[in-house]
Design a protein around this ligand. Structure first.
Ligand code: HPA
Length: 248
């Protein structure tokens, strides 16, 4: 089986059930990843876990060293990445707690180190990014979810914003007109960097709140935390079942 990594986002800074065999504190030519790489076993299968925002959730989305994170996983021999990410729901049917496996994205971020092909000594390369997520991995996740009776939404357009502030209602209106169904702060450049390294990458997005202007109330961090606490239990089950099915 291809070596699998899980990148955990807000609400998933550690992976309960992961039997940690070693912690790898590594450095890459792009600097240090957000946290040590936790190499462990989930079920009986080797999995690498990386906390995107650091082990104490101290790295904000615009300061994550995405290049170091992806390079470190690649250097460890990882081939598949499932990226877990908290998002806001723009589509009316994406209520808090929904789990979405997006199939497209739009990048609204700026000023982030977004490529490994940054000029000499690297040759210039323009990756194909028509379909930003690995369709085979997406379908595998959807298949496992269906077999285990875990409700997930197939497809959606992830709009990646700069953060760390949440969006205005007008920004979300514009994103909806653009075709975005969900909004998060970490999907880019992470997804593109994974493709540049040839990693098979899919996103498991967890709706933490209705996006700005889509719900009745002011968005509260307490509510986001509560929603993520219960939704991440479902995500953990999905990941465990995914890992099990990958070795069967
Ligand atoms: N916007 C951007 N990122 C997010 C949100 C949101 O509403 N909720 C969780 N991550």
């Amino acid at each position: 089986m291809a070596k699998l990594a899980i990148i955990g986002g807000t609400g998933l800074t550690q992976l309960d059930g992961l039997k940690i065999l070693r912690r790898e504190t590594v450095s890459t030519r792009w600097g240090e990843p957000s946290a040590p790489l936790l190499v462990g076993e989930l079920g009986d299968c080797e999995v690498v876990f990386l906390a995107r925002h650091g082990e104490r959730h101290e790295v904000p989305p615009h300061r994550v060293n995405y290049r170091a994170n992806l390079q470190a996983l690649h250097d460890l021999g990882v081939e598949q990445v499932i990226a877990v990410a908290a998002v806001g729901g723009i589509d009316a049917e994406l209520a808090p707690g929904a789990i979405v496996i997006p199939d497209q994205l739009i990048d609204y971020t700026w000023g982030r180190e977004h490529t490994f092909f940054d000029g000499a000594p690297e040759p210039v390369e323009h990756i194909d990014f028509t379909d930003p997520y690995c369709e085979a991995l997406r379908l595998e996740l959807l298949g496992v979810a269906e077999r285990c009776g875990i409700g997930v939404v197939d497809g959606g357009v992830y709009g990646a914003t700069q953060g760390p502030r949440l969006e205005t209602a007008a920004e979300i209106d514009r994103m909806r007109r653009d075709g975005c169904s969900l909004v998060g702060m970490t999907g880019m450049p992470e997804t593109a960097l994974a493709r540049e390294l040839g990693l098979f990458y899919a996103c498991c997005a967890v709706v933490a709140n209705r996006a700005a202007g889509c719900g009745d109330a002011v968005i509260s961090m307490d509510e986001i935390r509560r929603t993520l606490d219960s939704a991440m239990a479902v995500v953990r089950r999905l990941l465990t079942e995914f890992v099990k099915s990958n070795i069967e």
